[in-house]
Design a protein around this ligand. Structure first.
Ligand code: 5GP
Length: 205
């Protein structure tokens, strides 16, 4: 059975990365596609594990060679999902998460209509503001800009198939898990089994 593809987007500060890393820790059959980016690695980030860190000319060469299934500029840096990264995972039959922004989500909707999209929302804008303040000692104007960007990301939520509010981490992780696992039970995802079942019953008849 081929793995399903899930696009997960959220406004920054919603806790999306924490949620997804918990999910990956607890479920070996759920994996995340490693994106390419031109942003500099943060402390503790490893090339090939968190991102494939590449130069701007390298990224632009990959765009020209149509190596990305989607790409976008976020906060002044390029980010993209290479077709190769994605296919190497789906071929293994694992469920694949694309942790990408809403611009990328829009491209995936067009390119891969079979993918499912999930938007993670904060419980309120006040909570988001608190989280953004706690997370980094950013200047007030940087926080204000991030909040404005968060608002415009949240406006995109209507385009997603599923919405999960990240109020309680455990509850939100469970909700994500249910959404991901339930796709495995879709009848069209089990077509080979139905064929096998019928083939078996005619042999025995
Ligand atoms: P960060 O720099 O904090 O790791 O990521 C910044 C934003 O870029 C996040 O919203 C993240 O989801 C998004 N992002 C990460 N990888 C990709 C990608 O491959 N494509 C797109 N479109 N966005 C991405």
């Amino acid at each position: 059975m081929q793995g399903n593809i899930f696009v997960i987007s959220a406004a920054s500060g919603t806790g999306k990365t924490t949620l997804i890393s918990r999910l990956l820790q607890h479920h070996a059959d759920i994996r995340v596609s490693v994106s390419h980016t031109t942003r500099a690695p943060r402390r503790g980030e490893e090339n090939g594990k968190h991102y494939h860190f590449v130069s701007v000319p390298e990224f632009e060469r990959m765009i020209e060679e149509s190596q990305f299934v989607e790409y976008a500029q976020v906060y002044g840096n390029y980010y993209g999902t290479s077709t190769q990264s994605l296919e190497s995972l789906t071929r293994q039959g694992v469920d694949v998460i694309l942790e990408i922004d809403t611009q990328g989500a829009e491209q995936i909707r067009r390119q891969l209509p079979q993918a499912h999209s999930i938007f993670i929302a904060p419980p309120s804008l006040q909570t988001l503001e608190q989280r953004l303040r706690q997370r980094a000692a950013d200047a007030p104007e940087v926080i204000a800009r991030r909040l404005a960007e968060a608002r415009s990301e949240i406006e995109q939520a209507a385009l997603f198939d599923y919405l999960v509010v990240n109020d309680d981490l455990v509850a939100a992780e469970n909700a994500l898990l249910h959404i991901i696992k339930s796709q495995r039970f879709r009848r069209e995802n089990q077509e080979p089994f139905v064929h096998q079942l019928l083939a078996g019953s005619s042999e025995n008849a």
